[in-house]
Design a protein around this ligand. Structure first.
Ligand code: FDA
Length: 305
């Protein structure tokens, strides 16, 4: 119930405007958002990669409804990628991209064209792009864009959300040689007609998907903080005789940082998803929805500001 309410609130434009324009620097927000500028992102990337972790950078600014904002987001990604390339960080840091940030909501062709430009900039910086998965209504279009982009940029990463009833099917289609696939549980509100709504069912779907990806020929990117699923992943690497270079774990900046370092110290590849930018509201609300216990700290910090 609370999760649904927080996800509905995440879509409220009014709340978003009030929150994002407030001079808000609360600790709870800063726990999940790495800063506001490219400098902040570069700084955090340098620190994490220095500790042996990999990074995926997300420029906040989803759900764009006009061409100028979409163009500003593309320009920002290109600048970020130039910065990563110049710093020689391309081998350890990629970018994550939401198609809704670059036009998907109002012009599907424009979104594809913009994604191509960002993939081109990523290639120049010797790195890659993963296309995030968003609302369930956009899944088919987003997978189509990934397929289209992979003609020219075969290393573009796809995302499968385990809460979708079709997730296992998506994994089977994507488990081919060279295919980078991030598996996550799914962070948006989705109706029972298309998604599992019971947590246990979502977890079971995640396991089924993981089995398909780990037995397949692609490069699985297991995005979860769930200790049980991480344990099962580890068993699947043994079962499928996968060595550490053939898959990676992924976790969010600010969530279970000790576990990120523990896995890396054991020799696993671990990528930290680092979101930054001024438009933090929607991303932050999804983090609250995942763990409503965070809400208490957030409310306290609002009262205290
Ligand atoms: P679950 O939510 O069951 O959490 C397991 C444990 O992890 C919790 O008990 C807690 O200890 C810890 N935890 C999880 N979330 C926390 C939080 N917010 N704060 C504090 N502790 C927390 N989704 C999507 O729809 N599209 C996408 O493209 C992506 N991309 C993506 C990339 C990466 C790298 C990650 C890690 C996640 C995503 N997600 C996503 C989000 C994903 O779908 C999911 O909502 C979260 O990862 C939470 O699910 P868990 O698998 O961690 O399990």
């Amino acid at each position: 119930m609370l999760r649904q309410a927080l996800l509905v609130a995440s879509r409220s434009d009014g709340a978003r405007k009030v929150m994002e324009t407030a001079p808000f620097t609360g600790d709870v927000v800063r726990r999940f958002i790495a800063g506001e500028t490219i400098e902040d992102a570069a700084h955090v990337t340098g620190e994490l990669t220095g500790e042996g972790l990999l990074v995926s950078l997300d420029v906040l600014g989803e759900d764009t409804h006009d061409k100028d904002r979409a163009e500003a987001n593309v320009t920002h990604y290109v600048e970020l990628l130039e910065r990563l390339g110049a710093a020689g960080l391309g081998a350890r840091a990629e970018v994550s991209l939401k198609l809704s940030a670059i036009g998907q909501t109002f012009d599907a062709d424009l979104a594809l064209e913009n994604a191509r430009r960002i993939c081109g900039a990523a290639r120049s910086a010797s790195t890659t792009v993963t296309i995030d998965m968003e609302e369930h209504t956009t899944v088919d279009h987003t997978l189509g864009v990934v397929q289209e982009l992979r003609r020219d940029f075969p290393d573009v990463g796809a995302v499968v959300q385990a809460y979708l009833r079709r997730a296992e099917e998506h994994c089977a289609e994507l488990a081919y040689e060279g295919s980078r696939v991030r598996l996550c549980k799914g962070a948006y509100a989705a109706p029972a007609a298309v998604a599992f709504t019971d947590k246990e069912e979502v977890d079971r779907s995640y396991v089924r998907c993981m089995k398909v990806l780990m037995a397949g020929k692609g490069y699985p990117m297991l995005a979860t903080h769930d200790p049980r699923l991480i344990e099962i992943a580890s068993a699947l690497t043994v079962l499928n005789e996968r060595d550490a270079g053939t898959f990676e774990y992924q976790m969010l900046y600010g969530v279970r940082p000790e576990e990120q370092r523990r896995l890396a110290a054991q020799g696993a590849q671990v990528r930290v998803y680092v979101a930054y930018g001024r438009e933090w509201y929607q991303y932050f609300m999804r983090r609250l929805a995942e763990r409503p216990a965070n809400l208490r700290f957030f409310m306290r910090s609002l009262v205290g500001r």
